[in-house]
Design a protein around this ligand. Structure first.
Ligand code: PDD
Length: 286
C-alpha cells in the first residue's frame, strides 16, 4: 500500500482524508503539478516548484509550504514508496471553511489543503508507447481562457482522451480559432523540413516544464525552432510530430485524424529529442 502525504502527515493511502467541503472537490478550486521520477530522482523539480508558485499567485492562493519543504516531501515519498521510475502528483486547494460558498474564504482562517502521492511506473523511460508513436485526433478546444494556470479542472481534457479512445486513437489535440493550442495533457509540435514548430506561450496553453527544457535542448543541438500559431492541416502535412509532458517526456506522434505522418513510425527529430531529454534530465535530476 502506498504512503501518501496530506496536510503535514504521511499516511497509508486508505487513511488519508480531505473534507467534503474542500473547495478542490466542490469548485475545482485548486492547482496541481506532476513531476517525474527517473532512477529514483526528481526531474526538473525546480521548474515545477516555480510554476506551482505562479499558479498559486494567479489565483490568490497561499503556498501550503516552502519550496524546501516541498522538495523534502517529494523525496520522502519517493523513498518510502521505493519509486525508481514514476510520477509524483501534488495538489494544493484553497481548503475548506466547512461550508459551500462561491466567495473565497479568508486565507487567515482557512488553510490550503495539500495532498501528494506517488505513481509507480516502471518502464516510463523505455516506453513501448514511445517506440510505436501516438495516434491523435483533433477536437475543439472549449476549455476556459487561463490555461497557463495549472488548475485541477480536467473534465474536458479527460473527455478529450475518451473521444480519442472511442476513435481508436491515443490522445487529442485541441483546436481554437483554427489553430492548435496543445494536447489534452501535453504541448504539441510538428516538424517540417527539419524545423520544429510549436505554439508560442500565452494564456492559451500551459507553459510546459518539459517544453521549456526540450526547446532549449533542441537549440543547443542546432535544431531550428519556430514558435508560431499553426493549423492541424499543417501538422498533417508534416514530416513528423510529437508532444511533450512530464509524464511522457517526448512522445512521437505518427498519425493525426487518420493521416499517417512520414512512414508511420517515430520521426528522427522526435526520437533524438527524446534521447537527449532523457539523458540530460537524468544528469540534472535531484
Ligand atoms: N500535464 N499542457 C497541458 C494541458 C498539460 O496538462 C500538461 C501536463 C502539459 C505539459 O506540461 P509539463 O511539461 O510541465 O508536464 C501541457 C500533466 C503531465 C498531467 O496532467 O498529468
Amino acid at each position: 500500500m502506498r504512503t501518501v502525504y496530506v496536510n503535514g502527515q504521511y499516511l497509508p493511502e486508505t487513511e488519508a482524508t480531505v473534507s467534503i467541503f474542500d473547495r478542490g472537490f466542490l469548485m475545482a478550486d485548486g492547482v496541481y503539478e506532476v513531476t517525474s521520477v527517473l532512477d529514483g530522482k526528481l526531474i526538473d523539480f525546480d521548474g515545477h516548484a516555480v510554476r506551482l508558485e505562479r499558479s498559486l499567485n494567479e489565483l490568490d492562493m497561499r503556498a501550503a509550504c516552502t519550496k524546501e519543504e516541498l522538495l523534502d516531501i517529494h523525496r520522502e515519498l519517493v523513498r518510502v514508496n521505493e519509486i525508481t521510475e514514476g510520477l509524483i502528483y501534488l495538489q494544493i486547494t484553497r481548503g475548506s471553511d466547512g461550508d459551500r460558498d462561491f466567495i473565497f474564504p479568508d486565507p487567515e482562517t482557512t488553510k490550503p489543503t495539500i495532498v501528494m502521492f506517488t505513481q509507480n511506473k516502471p518502464g516510463l523511460a523505455d516506453s513501448p508507447a514511445a517506440k510505436k508513436g501516438a495516434k491523435i485526433i483533433s477536437i475543439e478546444d472549449i476549455r476556459w481562457g487561463r490555461r497557463d494556470i495549472k488548475t485541477v479542472q480536467l473534465l474536458y481534457p479527460s473527455m478529450g482522451k475518451m473521444m480519442a479512445k472511442a476513435a481508436g486513437a491515443d490522445d487529442a489535440w485541441l483546436i481554437e480559432d483554427g489553430h492548435v493550442t496543445e494536447g489534452t495533457s501535453n504541448n504539441a509540435y510538428f516538424v517540417k523540413n527539419g524545423k520544429i514548430v510549436t505554439r508560442p506561450l500565452s494564456t492559451d496553453i500551459l507553459h510546459g516544464i518539459t517544453r521549456k527544457a526540450v526547446l532549449r535542448m533542441a537549440e543547443e543541438a542546432q535544431m531550428e525552432v519556430e514558435e508560431r500559431l499553426f493549423t492541424i492541416d499543417e501538422a498533417k502535412e508534416a514530416d513528423e510530430a510529437f508532444t511533450t509532458s512530464a509524464s511522457a517526456f517526448v512522445m512521437p506522434v505518427v498519425e493525426i485524424d487518420g493521416v499517417v505522418l512520414g512512414d508511420g513510425t517515430p520521426g528522427p527529430i522526435a526520437t533524438r529529442l527524446r534521447e537527449i531529454y532523457l539523458d540530460e534530465s537524468l544528469k540534472a535530476a535531484i
